[in-house]
Structures are given as C-alpha cells and as structure tokens.
Design a protein around this ligand. Sequence first.
Ligand SMILES: NC(=O)c1ccc[n+]([C@@H]2O[C@H](COP(=O)([O-])OP(=O)(O)OC[C@H]3O[C@@H](n4cnc5c(N)ncnc54)[C@H](OP(=O)(O)O)[C@@H]3O)[C@@H](O)[C@H]2O)c1
Length: 244
Amino acid sequence: MTKKKHVHIFGIGSGIGQGLYNRFLEDKSASLFGFSRKGKLPLSHFSNGEAGAFQFDATDQKDLRSFEHSLTSLFGHHILPTAPFYNRPDLIVYFALGDGIFGPIDLLKKKELESHFELNVHSLILLSKYYSQHLPFFTNATFVFLGSTAGKQGFPESVAYCASKHAVLGIARALREEWKPYGTKVVHVSLGAVATEIWDTRPEFDKNEMVSVSDISEYLWCISQLPKSIFVDDLSITPKKGIL
Ligand SMILES: NC(=O)c1ccc[n+]([C@@H]2O[C@H](COP(=O)([O-])OP(=O)(O)OC[C@H]3O[C@@H](n4cnc5c(N)ncnc54)[C@H](OP(=O)(O)O)[C@@H]3O)[C@@H](O)[C@H]2O)c1
C-alpha cells in the first residue's frame, strides 16, 4: 500500500488487457495488479498487497469468493477508514476480460450462451459488487469497462456478443448513477476492431485494418491520467476504416 495509485486490470492473459498491463509496467507511479487465468502468482497472495499478475478465473466461485475477501483485507476496515483522506491511494480498475461468440443463431448452444454471459456480464457485476462496499473510502476511484461497437448497434451472426456488450453498457450506466454519491468515475469505452486473438476464428476480417494493441493500450492508459474534475462517460474508438 505504498504507491498513491492502485491499478487493477482484469484480463491480462492476452490481447488488450495484456497490452495495457505492459503499458502500466512503465508507469512507476502505479502499484499494478493484474488478473487472468494465466497469472503467475496464486490469488491468495493478492491480499498481501504486493503488486503482480495473479491467477484468477472470473467464472470460478472459489476465485470470486477469494477475491472478495482479499479486497476486504486490502481496503477493509483496518486500513483505509483510519487513514487520513490525503493518504488513501487512488484506485483505477479496468475490465478487459471477455470472450467472443459468433455464428448464426440457429447454431447457438445453450451452454456456450451461458458461459459467455457468465464471463462477459455476470463476472463484471459480481466484481463491481465486491469493490462497491469500499468506494466510500476512496477519494478518487475510476472504473473502465471495455465495451464494443456491438454494444450500441447490431451485427449479423453476433446475437450473444451484441447482447452481452449492450449489457456492459447498461452496467456502466447503472453504476455511474449508483456510485455518484462517492464521486466514482465510470467510463465505458466502445471499442471498434482491435487486432487480438479474439479475431483468429474470423479470417474474413483483416487484422492489418484494425487498431493495434499497443495503440489501444496507450489510449486506455491515458484514462488514468485524466484531471480529477473531468468525468468521462462514454468513449468510442474505431480503426481508420470505421466499422469493418
Ligand atoms: N479485440 C477487439 O476487436 C475488441 C473489440 C471490442 C471489444 N473487445 C472486448 O475487449 C475485451 C478483451 O478482448 P481481447 O480482444 O483482448 O480478447 P482476448 O485476447 O481473447 O483477451 C481476453 C482476456 O480475457 C481473459 N479471460 C478469459 N476468460 C477468463 C476467465 N474465465 N477469467 C479471467 N480472465 C479471463 C484472458 O486471459 P486468460 O486466458 O489468461 O484468462 C484474456 O486476457 C473483451 O471483452 C472483448 O469483447 C475487443
């Protein structure tokens, strides 16, 4: 709990989350905590307050419970409420985990649908719930939800993905209102195509036409640098071509 800024990034195993984690490694003002199934450190070490990349499966009940308890150990009663306000770290949380599910609706399987929603929607709500009880003790807290163009408009063969990304927008909008009394910033980012593994099963889309992981990582890192009185609701980015 030494640095003034705590950064938590979910989904650092690959793609955008990994790029963002690497970008924050260059930012010496941040204590950096990353989470994904491929993390190096056991999740039990998170409660020690040492920065690092932790093993965390956002669809595993045991991991979710353990994460909730670790947050309480880190930010719970014995640390923050007794610390003077000027001594409390800023908190910035990025939700960059998720998967894609594409294909005609006739071929959609119930099990795939359930696991897609468990990861892309339920885990975001549960994680937000665990943070919520600690927000009154942060002067500056920011949550960044990585949404998609598919959260604002429809695409063929994407019914589950469009539904889950519309839900992410709904979660961000609802929490922004609910957390207003604490001054918490909630930013929703509608992402256009970014060249990550999520596109590997869709060779009809050319990764050369997409935003690069390093560029999007730089853009997302900039959100952590916003002046304190600036509240950004909704950001939209696309590659040069717009929607591919
Ligand atoms: N790429 C795009 O064009 C694009 C556009 C719009 C929105 N987005 C959204 O941005 C987010 C990241 O996408 P991406 O392109 O970076 O995809 P990606 O490369 O497939 O990354 C997905 C991330 O989620 C983590 N993850 C998957 N299942 C998990 C689980 N059960 N528990 C914890 N972490 C889990 C993965 O790490 P582990 O495998 O180590 O767990 C990985 O870090 C997604 O929500 C995606 O919908 C992407």
